[in-house]
Design a protein around this ligand. Structure first.
Ligand SMILES: Nc1ncnc2c1ncn2[C@@H]1O[C@H](C[S@+](CC[C@H]([NH3+])C(=O)[O-])CC(=O)[O-])[C@@H](O)[C@H]1O
Ligand SMILES: O=C(O)C(=O)Cc1ccccc1
Length: 249
C-alpha cells in the first residue's frame, strides 16, 4: 500500500467542518499528519521499543491499542527481532488497520511476523488476555471521558505483575492562562512544520468535540485509582506527554 501522502485535508476553506474521523482520507496521509502535528511523536514511538526491551519477560504478550499505521508495534518488532513475544495491535478504523497490516507485512522482521496479530475492533469492547506491556499512544483522548477509568482498570487487571503501560496523550493545563500559552505554542509548532493558519484552525474545529483532553493530574489520578504502584511522566513537549505506569511485581 504505497500511498503515503502529504496532509492537505484542511488546506482549502470548508463551508461546514465535519467532525474529525479516522477515515480513508486521514489514513492515507496519517504518518505525515502525526509527525508534523505531535511534538515528540518519533521519540515516544522509539522509546516504546526500549520500554519493551527493558521490561518484557520472554514470551510475554504486548497490546498496541489504537495502533493506526502500527508505528509502535513496528518499532517494538524491529528492536526485539530476536526475542520471543506475541503482539496484538488493535484499531477501530478499517482504513488504519489496512495500513498497519501492510506496514507490518513489509517491515516486521520475518522471525516475528507469525506472532503479530491485527484486530479491527473497539478497544472498549475487547476481551483482554494477560499481557506484559500495553501501549496506548494518543488513543485514550479519543474515547468518551466517562469510559476512560473503566478501560484503565481493565488494562491494569490484564497486566501481569511487573507489567507496564505506556500512556501518551495530548494534555491540557490549568490555569487557563498556561493552557492558552502552550496551546498557542503548539500552533506555532504546527506552523513551523508547514501548516497554514487556515489548516490549523479548521482542524482545531474538527477536533473540538472528538478529542477531549485531560490534565496530567487527572491522568495520574486515574492510574493511581486503577491500581498502578508507580506512574510518572517520562516525557513532555508542549501539550503532549507520555506516562509510564508499572504494576507491582
Ligand atoms: N474505541 C477505539 N478502539 C480502537 N481504536 C480506536 C478507538 N477510538 C479511536 N481509535 C483509533 O485510535 C487511533 C488514534 S491515533 C493513534 C496513533 C498511534 N497509536 C501511533 O502511535 O501512531 C492518534 C491521533 O491521531 O492523534 C486512530 O487510529 C483511531 O482509529
Ligand atoms: O493536530 C493536532 O492539533 C493534534 O492535536 C494532534 C492530532 C494528530 C493527528 C490526528 C488528530 C490529532
Amino acid at each position: 500500500m504505497k500511498d503515503a501522502q502529504q496532509d492537505h485535508i484542511y488546506a482549502t476553506p470548508q463551508e461546514r467542518i465535519s467532525r474529525f474521523s479516522f477515515d480513508e482520507r486521514v489514513a492515507r496521509c496519517f504518518p505525515d499528519m502525526i509527525n508534523r502535528s505531535v511534538p515528540g511523536y518519533a521519540q515516544i514511538t522509539a522509546m516504546c521499543a526500549l520500554f519493551a526491551e527493558r521490561h518484557l519477560r520472554p514470551g510475554a504478550h504486548i497490546y498496541d491499542l489504537g495502533c493506526s499505521h502500527g508505528a509502535a508495534s513496528l518499532a517494538i518488532c524491529e528492536r526485539l527481532a530476536e526475542r520471543p513475544f506475541t503482539l496484538t495491535a488493535v484499531d477501530l478504523s478499517p482504513a488504519m488497520v489496512a495500513r498497519a497490516r501492510a506496514n507490518l507485512a513489509a517491515h516486521c522482521p520475518a522471525a516475528r511476523l507469525d506472532d503479530v496479530e491485527l484486530i479491527e475492533g473497539d478497544i472498549l469492547a475487547l476481551e483482554y488476555r494477560t499481557a506484559g506491556m500495553i501501549v496506548l499512544n494518543f488513543t485514550l483522548q479519543f474515547l468518551p471521558p466517562e469510559r476512560r477509568a473503566e478501560l484503565l482498570e481493565r488494562l491494569f487487571d490484564a497486566l501481569e505483575p511487573g507489567g507496564v503501560l505506556v500512556l501518551s496523550e495530548k494534555v491540557r493545563f490549568e490555569p487557563e492562562a498556561v493552557e492558552r500559552e502552550i496551546f498557542d505554542l503548539h500552533h506555532d509548532f504546527k506552523r513551523a512544520n508547514g501548516y497554514s493558519q487556515l489548516e490549523i484552525s479548521q482542524k482545531r474545529s474538527a477536533l473540538e468535540e472528538v478529542m477531549l483532553t485531560d490534565t496530567l493530574e487527572i491522568h495520574h489520578q486515574r492510574l493511581e485509582e486503577a491500581g498502578f504502584a508507580r506512574h510518572f511522566t517520562w516525557f513532555q513537549y508542549l501539550n503532549f506527554a507520555s506516562i509510564l505506569a508499572l504494576k507491582a511485581s
